[in-house]
Design a protein around this ligand. Sequence first.
Ligand code: HEC
Length: 154
Amino acid sequence: MLSKSQARLFFLGGTVLFSVVFLGLTLDTIRQTPARSGEANLDASALRGRMIWDEKNCMGCHTILGEGAYYAPELTQVLKRRDENWVRGFLRNPQAFYPGRRKMVHYNFTEEQITDVISFLRWIGQVDTNGFPFAPPLRAAAERAVNSAKGSAQ
Ligand code: HEC
């Protein structure tokens, strides 16, 4: 059992020690951020795309780096799953794509605005996120189940 003064020392020592650890980790994060985010690749077009992203509140439906709303797909790696031309065509008129399904807003973007949004998505896609978003772990099992269900339906 600790005496009162030992308990105080233990508390103060622990607080100081972990404050130092916390500060050290914070400084390390600040030091690593420019390289990990690829800050140097953030050109004027990507910055304009970022403004469009905010002005149009894309995060009201989408997530990016896991932040935002869960109504529409995560977009951090959208250019890995979709061709740039596909995204360009989609942003020209999203409502022409999945007829009869939930819809994305048709923003009437100019070609330059679409280029800027794509530059921003390209920049976000190269940020080192420690592998986020991860591939769904059950995808292979789900595909097998769907294929065997198709087989038995036939
Ligand atoms: C009102 C909700 C909403 C807003 C706001 C919105 N989106 Fe979407 N977006 C959607 C939905 C829903 C889909 C998926 C379409 C579907 O599956 O039917 C989508 C799909 C996409 C896709 C294709 C993703 C993929 O993997 O197929 C991109 C790219 C995209 N949106 C970009 C944007 C950008 C950029 C903005 C802002 C300028 C934005 N969205 C704003 C609802 C929204």
